[in-house]
Design a protein around this ligand. Structure first.
Ligand SMILES: [Fe+2]
Ligand SMILES: [Fe+2]
Length: 377
């Protein structure tokens, strides 16, 4: 193998992926002027080849996307009353209690009453939806960049519909947080590092890999998980629509990169593998939701080892990667460079879904028809 090898430390800034101290030392802050600036230099590419449908699969996706637009203001039941505390209690009851599967003996949580558990559930939801919101803005920015930088007209067309989708996602998550929940969180530091790296990279295919394959692949699984768990009909419907869009977005990434990766060298593919690994670690780190523990006044270093060793934890983590891993396989990223990424994903404990259906095959099945368009079909 002649490829230039990067060490784990080069890629993620620490030697041991599970070094909790290092993970927790990265703390998110919000700039006082309310703006986060990422410098980015890249080529904006005009194409004079306007032949529509030269890439039939992207063309099909574009035509579908035009008919799948929905209106965040009018297609969702915003009149729904959301009692956040009541929903937390209901969700916990459905699982048989608040800390099922955790051994909290000897931790600060041992003394928690119902009141603290409900407060924690509320904060956890505020945090989760806040991170979805920030991730959606990242998708909006990344996809606008793809419109400019991708060289193919069918991809520019498709990406422009995704820009509209992402605007709508930012809009509905912001509205849900403002009108139905009870607080915001700043962007998680690990998520922000990943977004910054994706946006700062000058290569158009890295935007796709970081956003469409990794972040949106994880979002698709996370939204699906929340969709199945939430008792709130408004959030359920909101997530259902967003997931239908996200499935197309991930398919867009797979279909575009499949063509592009076919011509890359082993060394170039190895760089993509390393980027996918970095993204996977950042996203895993962000799910520790350290800011929630901080807000609850619990020492993160005392509680996170307990959370991480819970029996369901590995299962949950693998589930979050259930879309990413088959899509990486489809792109040839698992097996390139002597299976380097397969080894890394195995070490992270997320390899088990590698034979699941990839998203370029399943986006049609996830389509949703908004109520205002139902009479049209
Ligand atoms: Fe989105
Ligand atoms: Fe998306």
């Amino acid at each position: 193998m002649t490829t230039e090898m990067s060490s784990t430390e080069d890629i993620i800034g620490r030697k041991d992926v599970d070094d909790l101290e290092a993970i927790l030392s990265v703390v998110g802050t919000e700039e006082p002027d309310g703006r986060h600036v990422v410098h980015s230099e890249y080529d904006s590419i005009f194409t004079w080849d306007y032949e529509k449908g030269a890439r039939p699969k992207l063309h099909k996706l574009y035509e579908k996307a035009k008919n799948a637009q929905w209106n965040g203001e009018t297609d969702l039941p915003w009149e729904t009353d959301v009692d956040q505390e009541k929903l937390v209690v209901e969700a916990a009851a459905a699982q048989g209690g608040h800390a099922v599967g955790f051994d909290i003996t000897g931790t600060p949580l041992e003394k928690w009453s119902e009141k603290e558990w409900v407060a924690f559930g509320v904060e956890s939801q505020n945090w989760t939806l806040s991170q979805f919101l920030h991730g959606e803005q990242g998708a909006l920015i990344c996809t606008a960049k793809i419109v400019e930088s991708v060289p193919w007209i069918d991809a520019k067309y498709y990406a422009s519909t995704q820009v509209m989708d992402e605007a709508r996602h930012v809009e509905v998550f912001a509205k849900y947080l403002d009108e139905k929940l009870s607080g915001h969180y700043a962007v998680n530091a690990h998520l922000r590092m990943l977004l910054d790296d994706i946006i700062a990279d000058s290569r158009w295919d890295m935007t796709y890999l970081g956003m469409q394959i990794m972040i949106e692949g994880l979002a698709l699984a996370a939204f699906g998980f929340m969709h199945s768990m939430t008792p709130d009909p408004l959030l359920k419907q909101l997530l259902r629509y967003v997931m239908a869009d996200e499935a197309r977005h991930v398919a867009f990434g797979v279909l575009s990169l499949q063509e592009y990766y076919a011509d890359l060298s082993a060394a170039e593919l190895r760089e993509r593998q390393e980027f996918a690994f970095e993204a996977a670690v950042r996203m895993r780190d962000r799910f520790l939701q350290q800011e929630v523990w901080d807000r609850m006044g619990v020492d993160t270093k005392a509680i996170l080892p307990v959370v991480l060793s819970a029996p369901d934890r590995t299962q949950f983590q693998a589930l979050l990667f259930s879309k990413i891993v088959p899509n990486c396989r489809k792109l040839g990223l698992l097996d390139a460079a002597d299976g380097w990424l397969r080894t890394k994903f195995t070490e992270l404990g997320v390899i088990e879904f590698e034979s699941a259906v990839d998203t370029s095959e399943e986006y049609d099945a996830m389509a949703a028809v908004p109520p205002t368009q139902r009479e049209l079909v």
